[in-house]
Design a protein around this ligand. Structure first.
Ligand code: KG4
Ligand code: ZN
Length: 405
């Protein structure tokens, strides 16, 4: 009997991940090897180091995923892999490994877009988090469609209208994604990371800011987001975003476009004007002297002014994401909202998005915290409709760092 087991491989950025998912909805295993310790001293991902770590980790991680799933390679019916977007060298490691594995096992190879993977992290039935932290079982198809999907991570801030397959037939692999909005410059997670770095906090910055923001006054510093000018988003004018999807964006509604580079500069200016520079450098020095493993328990000492700045930054970012996401959902007639990607792990984001959705009577869903950040279960899940439709990749599939969805 067919096992319905797909092995997923993900290596687009700084996590090496493998997972086994049954029929696109049941996570049999999900193993993630984080490289945070490797990149933390640099305050960001170093591409060469990432590739090297992937190379070291990919085989043991895959073995661990098979073992946790209680299956063997011979039980796998297809290998799904992230082929883009992401870091070229990092993608290449996962892709080459997945290709070799699929070829030698005589099973199909399925190419998955990383962003599509993030969307499917929410749709994995047993992994849905309804915002309150509770889980509901077996409701993968329960979220009304189409859904407005906010994919918000270190590399992406994208709004898609996601539609499920109308019926799976050959050549019609299923989900359709319409780009509704995106960032013109930095991704929201990138802003978190850069602001954390300049305040002398650890890497990645999201969890640090998330933890510290609760102690500050979010109304202390009134950050604002400039309106995107009518012509700024026309094709060719958009600044390039590191590692992110570069899509021609002429034609998108400017009210659904994001820009997070300004707030980073505003935080920097605030630090300079209020003479906070020395304290930030001191904090960074203290953290750098600690082994990375000890960082998890270290909430660095911050004065009230810094805590207020952190809380205000987060409040502004979440507010901007929220305003544009719900405006877009309304404009395109979405029946639900889903938020996914590393920044979707943020507590203030979950609370405020959940409250806003309730007020508007719109169902909303997030992945579990573990599936918010990069993982391979989402890649195997996204591959299932393609597997059913028989849409397989050729053996000459190449990594595409700038792949668009
Ligand atoms: O999805 P992800 O693991 O990788 C990318 O595809 O980029 O997202 C990583 C990003 C980082 O920028 C990190 O700072 C951010 O997600 N992040 C958070 C939180 N946890 C991770 N941002 C805000 N709050 C969090 N709790
Ligand atoms: Zn990601």
């Amino acid at each position: 009997m067919a096992s319905g087991l797909i092995l997923g491989i993900e290596s687009s950025c700084d996590e090496t991940a493998a997972a086994v998912v049954e029929r696109g909805s049941l996570t049999r295993s999900s193993i993630v090897a984080s490289q945070i310790g490797t990149h933390a001293p640099y305050g960001g991902v170093v591409p060469e180091l990432a590739s090297r770590e992937h190379l070291r980790n990919i085989v043991p991680i895959t073995r661990a995923a098979l073992e946790q799933a209680g299956c063997e390679l011979k039980d796998i019916e297809a290998v799904a892999v992230t082929s883009g977007p992401g870091l070229a060298g990092a993608l290449l490691v996962g892709l080459t490994y997945a290709k070799t594995l699929a070829f030698s096992l005589g099973v199909p190879l399925i190419s998955v877009n990383h962003l599509e993977g993030h969307i499917h992290a929410v749709l994995l039935a047993e992994n849905r988090d309804q915002g309150s932290g509770t889980r509901e079982q077996g409701i993968a198809s329960g979220l009304p469609m189409p859904a407005l999907a906010l994919v918000v991570s270190g590399g992406h801030t994208h709004l898609f209208l996601a539609r499920p397959p109308e019926g799976i037939a050959a050549g019609q692999a299923g989900w359709r994604y319409e780009l509704i909005g995106r960032t013109l410059d930095d991704a929201a997670g990138e802003a978190y990371d850069k602001v954390a770095k300049l305040l002398g906090l650890g890497y990645p910055g999201g969890p640090w800011i998330d933890n510290l923001a609760q102690y500050g006054n979010a109304k202390a510093v009134p950050f604002t987001f400039a309106q995107i000018k009518p012509k700024a988003h026309l094709e060719g004018k958009a600044p390039r975003t590191k590692g992110a999807t570069i899509a021609p964006i002429g034609g998108l509604n400017r009210h659904f476009l994001f820009s997070f580079s300004g707030i980073k500069t505003a935080v920097l200016r605030y630090v300079e004007v209020h003479g906070m520079r020395a304290a930030c450098e001191e904090r960074m020095k203290t953290l750098s002297a600690m082994p990375h493993a000890a960082w998890q328990d270290a909430l660095p000492w911050c004065d009230k002014q810094t805590l207020d700045l952190i809380a205000s930054f987060q409040h502004a970012v979440v507010g901007d994401l929220m305003k544009k996401t719900f405006a877009a959902a309304e404009a395109v007639g979405a029946a639900s909202v889903l938020v996914t990607g590393g920044v979707a792990a943020n507590r203030e984001l979950r609370v405020r998005f959940t409250a806003e959705a309730a007020e508007r009577g719109l169902p909303i869903a997030f992945p579990t915290l573990a599936l918010s950040t990069d993982n391979a279960a989402m890649i195997a899940a996204a591959a299932w409709p393609r597997f059913v439709a028989g849409e397989f990749a050729d053996w000459d599939l190449e990594a595409n760092p700038r792949m668009v969805l």
